[in-house]
Ligand binder design. Structure first.
Ligand code: ADP
Ligand code: MG
Length: 475
């Protein structure tokens, strides 16, 4: 990763090179090359952010960049400036510096991102009418059909509060967490739907974090980035569901961080859901986690007996099923895991009684409930992966995590890294520790190698599939 100056500009000469010897454009070009080199294949942020930058002046060792907005300035300063300044010093001497010229609105108007059409104005100043993008809200999920109970009281009432006064309460962000099937998505939509009802003038956007990732990547690729940004910046209530899926996606996390800050600063409401409390989102950037604790973190806990009973009653009533108290109590007593399972029982009851015309008896209820016995789903660990790979290829774990460069060992190691990155939530750095203290770029390289080869190599694909089958069966 070391940049070697070429063509007569060497370290000892550098301080003597007068600034006039190189133009702002040339110096900037060199910086871009170094950046590209440093960021490897992940060039989307570079293209997006630096493509819109113009080097406008080089004087006295100070390179001035013209950037389209404050946001670009902040992003570049945070992510790229260290490398840029290092490169400048190498080229221009130890006093070299970077300065920014943030374009004013008037300057920015005729400016275009590279080879990009200027997006049509989507928001007209002064007339904040209806939003121009879909909210993605599912009208099916409301507060009316979200049954209140001890297990969800805080989250539910905080959700109603932020829907009533988005951005105006201390619950910003509102961070809702709970295991799968506990009602996070339902509550997230309910908040959006209620807010929409109360504030038809406000822009509301619901995104799963996968969708966020997808839209961001797409925008960066198709050069529609400023539209994407404009949309997110215009939102009054942003709901991001299942934020844990941003773990391991560095540039998307960065993007989210900036959107978060922008909205938060403008007192717009942010609602986030996750499968764990902020402090336990291992692998999520520290600074993002700390932002999450600015507001309120509210749990959705497994439903207690009373709530299970209430939910069951409600769902059965909606389906028009009459059911003896005894059977109801039996189900509520025995299906303890997720609200989703309670729903599953209701659906199967409905199927058995109406389609198969079976009589609704306690023994039928027992039969159905037994289908919902909690599956043991222990999370897959790196150790389990190492063990499986070691058995599969008959290579000792020490060798897998050691320094051996034997072809078979390296191959098995690539696969182990790939599986670990795919199925566990460890950050690259943490994975490096498991694999004998390798650095994160080595880990990333293994992962990328397997990802790229998978569609091409049948052997590789079979090995990975075999191992996944083994892992999911035995762990
Ligand atoms: P999660 O997003 O946490 O995995 P979901 O929001 O998808 O969970 O909920 C699973 C199912 O359980 C959904 O159909 C949802 O409507 C239902 N559900 C969850 N909690 C409640 C509740 N308190 N009242 C009524 N239905 C609920
Ligand atoms: Mg969900």
């Amino acid at each position: 990763m070391v940049f070697r100056p070429t063509m007569g500009i060497s370290r000892n000469l550098s301080s003597e090179v007068s600034t006039e010897a190189l133009s702002a454009q040339e110096v900037w070009q060199r910086c871009l090359e170094v950046l590209q080199h440093n960021f490897g294949s992940n060039t989307a942020p570079i293209r997006t952010f630096l493509g819109a930058v113009q080097p406008i002046q080089l004087q006295g060792g100070v390179l001035t960049l013209r950037v389209p907005s404050q946001f670009f300035y902040e992003y570049i300063e945070e992510h790229f400036s260290a490398i840029i300044v290092r490169t400048l010093r190498r080229l221009l001497g130890p006093k070299a510096r970077l300065e920014y010229h943030v374009m004013t609105a008037a300057e920015a108007a005729p400016m275009r991102l590279p080879s990009q059409e200027l997006p049509p104005p989507t928001v007209f100043p002064g007339i904040r009418s209806t939003q121009t993008f879909p909210t993605n809200l599912n009208p099916k999920y409301t507060f009316e059909n979200f049954i209140e109970g001890e297990c969800n009281r805080i989250a539910r009432s905080a959700g109603m509060t932020v829907a009533q006064r988005p951005g105006q309460t201390a619950f910003n962000p509102l961070f809702i967490y709970g295991e799968v099937g506990q009602g996070k998505t339902h509550l997230a939509h309910a908040i959006g739907n209620y807010a929409r009802l109360l504030h038809p003038d406000k822009a509301i956007l619901y995104l799963t974090s996968e969708r966020f990732t997808q839209e961001y990547t797409e925008a960066a690729r198709s050069k529609k980035f400023s539209e994407f940004l404009q949309k997110l910046h215009s939102v009054d209530l942003l709901i991001v569901d299942d934020i844990q899926f941003l773990i391991g996606k560095q540039s998307t996390q960065d993007m989210f961080f900036h959107v978060f800050n922008h909205l938060h600063q403008k007192s717009r409401q942010i609602v986030i859901t996750a499968d764990a409390p902020p402090s336990e989102l291992r692998g999520m950037e520290e600074r993002i986690i700390s932002r999450f604790s600015w507001g309120l973190a509210a749990p959705l806990m497994p439903p207690d007996y009373e709530t299970r009973l209430a939910i069951l009653r409600f769902k059965l009533q909606q389906e028009g099923i009459q059911i003896p108290e005894e059977i109801l109590a039996y189900i509520a007593e025995n299906v303890q895991s997720h609200v989703r399972d309670l729903e599953g029982v209701v659906i199967q009851l409905l199927a058995e009684t109406s389609i198969r015309r079976r009589e609704l008896t306690l023994s039928l209820a027992q039969e159905i409930v037994s289908r919902f016995k909690p599956l043991r789903t222990r999370a897959i660990t790196v150790d389990a992966i190492l063990k499986a790979v070691s058995n599969y290829f008959k290579i000792h774990i020490d060798e897998l995590t050691g320094k051996s460069r034997r072809k078979e060992v390296a191959y098995a190691r690539h696969i182990a890294v790939f599986l670990a990155r795919k199925h566990t939530r460890n950050a690259l750095k943490a994975l490096g520790e498991y694999f004998g203290g390798r650095d994160h770029s080595t880990i990333l390289h293994s992962y990328q190698w397997v990802s790229e080869m998978l569609p091409i190599s049948q052997d590789l694909s079979r090995h990975v599939q075999d191992l996944e089958r083994i892992l999911f069966r035995t762990t």
